[in-house]
Design a protein around this ligand. Structure first.
Ligand code: SF4
Ligand code: F3S
Length: 104
């Protein structure tokens, strides 16, 4: 499956949500996750993310994120439509150390 990784944190552009054919994105306060058990591996969301935060779980940089996606997908609500993007999203795009800012 595909998973959402660190650079989504505080960017949360949500373009991914609009294209997913199986609606398997789940929404936290400043991050989205994919339910790896529902993702059908179509790959459509990957190029849509302006933060390039979505990767196949086979990639090395996905490593810790697969379990994080699975964990939060089981507790956060399903998101079906793009909502408000954080006003300062662009200023966070590409910043390092965002994992510490992930809101549960
Ligand atoms: Fe949805 Fe396809 Fe992205 Fe999986 S790869 S989250 S099914 S758009
Ligand atoms: Fe996050 Fe990219 Fe979607 S920033 S909300 S994974 S479009």
């Amino acid at each position: 499956s595909y998973v959402v990784t660190e650079n989504c944190i505080k960017c949360k552009y949500q373009d991914c949500v609009e294209v997913c054919p199986v609606d398997c994105f789940y929404e936290g306060a400043n991050f989205l996750v994919i339910n790896p058990d529902e993702c059908i591996d179509c790959g459509v969301c990957e190029p849509e993310c302006p933060a390039e935060a979505i990767v196949p779980d086979s990639e090395e940089r996905a490593a810790p994120w697969t379990e994080i996606n699975r964990k939060y997908a089981s507790v956060w609500p399903n998101i079906l439509r793009k909502g408000t993007v954080p006003a300062d999203a662009d200023t966070w795009n590409g910043k390092s150390g965002k994992v510490a800012l992930l809101s549960e």
